[in-house]
Design a protein around this ligand. Structure first.
Ligand code: PEP
Ligand code: MN
Length: 339
């Protein structure tokens, strides 16, 4: 439920109203915009009589919010959230960033790939040190050593890193090592304990959509993180499972504008996992950009045929460089002022 406060309300009246609501066991989320102040009322609001609130002098209007996500909801927070990923890199609210790098951290080639993606314009380095693999016999990642390689590359190139945390027990390690952005992978999109654990930190979280996750489930996953106190969430559309078998997943381009409508959180697109094949990655990167994504995550490998995971969908540095030039043109078209 949201209460829109009259512009004439004094700060004292607003405080009094908030205390009254909180005294009834609800929590509040106050958003002060240029033209209006909105009080989000969080809790089982079925117990509140909206007419009673509307009868109060300072309340303009009361609206029931049917969506169960409150903190991620744009209705409570009309302005876009901008997530600070460190090293001066911001995502959201007009700040567009490309995260690129190998699927898995493999060793010394990380630095080579990192240099190439940075030269092409990527601003965040990606790479998995803990890999969620369908088969327990497939490569599982370098673990802590992989994090250290990412941190070395980050220091040398002055760029933030994004890397997946799979286990509640590793969250503290990621925090201690000052990992810039913790990725929650598609397979953990409903690992509620993990979501709550990263929610207790202040580290930005890149939250991927579940394999068969609906948009509402993605928003509720974000709500898990935010409800623990961490507001720094970036959402990622990475393709969903459909009846189609010609691609690894089906990129839901709809999700980008739909999420922008429903939430103030930044939304990025991952055309690599969405398609599974190098030949389709660039067109889908362009589609995501054109649909208004706040950024992209793209897998790049110096030698895709030798990659330890996801080589089939990796771009070479040259392909990535070409993609970045076209993405810049599309961004220009999408954000230009037109009369
Ligand atoms: C990845 O980023 O390498 C990854 C495993 O992504 P997803 O969780 O989207 O499959
Ligand atoms: Mn991958």
């Amino acid at each position: 439920m949201i209460a829109i406060v009259k512009p004439s309300a004094t700060p004292e009246q607003l405080q009094h109203f908030i205390r009254w609501i909180e005294g009834r066991g609800f929590s509040t989320n106050v958003s002060r915009g240029d033209n209006e102040t909105i009080v989000g009322i969080i809790g089982d609001t079925t117990q509140i009589d909206p007419f009673l609130l509307e009868s109060m002098d300072i309340i303009e209007r009361v609206q029931r919010v049917s969506e169960p996500f409150k903190k991620a909801n744009r209705k409570f927070h009309p302005e876009d959230t901008i997530v600070d990923c460190g090293h001066g890199v911001l995502v959201g609210g007009g700040h567009f960033q490309v995260m690129a790098g190998p699927c898995s951290v493999e060793g010394k080639n990380l630095l080579q790939i990192a240099r190439a993606v940075k030269a092409a314009g990527a601003t965040i380095l990606r790479g998995g040190a803990y890999k969620p693999r369908t088969s327990p016999y497939a490569y599982q990642g370098m673990g802590e050593k992989g994090l250290d390689l990412l941190l070395e590359a980050s220091a040398e190139l002055d760029m933030p890193i994004v890397t997946e945390v799979m286990d509640v027990r590793d969250v503290q390690l990621f925090v201690d090592k000052k990992i810039d952005v913790m990725q929650i992978g598609a397979r953990n999109a409903q690992n509620f304990n993990l979501l709550k654990e990263v929610g207790k930190t202040t580290t930005p979280v890149l939250l991927k959509r579940g394999l068969s996750g609906t948009i509402d489930e993605l928003l509720m996953a974000a709500e898990y993180v935010m409800s623990e106190g961490n507001p720094n969430v970036i959402l990622c559309e990475r393709g969903i499972r459909t009846f189609e078998t010609r691609t690894r997943n089906t990129f839901d381009v709809n999700a980008i504008p739909v999420l922008h409508y429903l939430t103030h959180l930044p939304v990025i697109g991952d055309p690599s996992h969405a398609t599974g094949y190098t030949r389709y990655v660039r067109p889908i990167a362009y589609a995501a950009t054109a649909a208004g994504a706040d950024g992209l995550q793209i897998e790049v490998h110096n030698c895709p045929s030798e990659a330890w995971s996801d080589g089939a969908q990796a771009l070479t540095p040259a392909q990535f460089d070409d993609a970045m030039r076209r993405i810049a043109l599309i961004r220009e078209a999408v954000t230009a002022e037109v009369n």
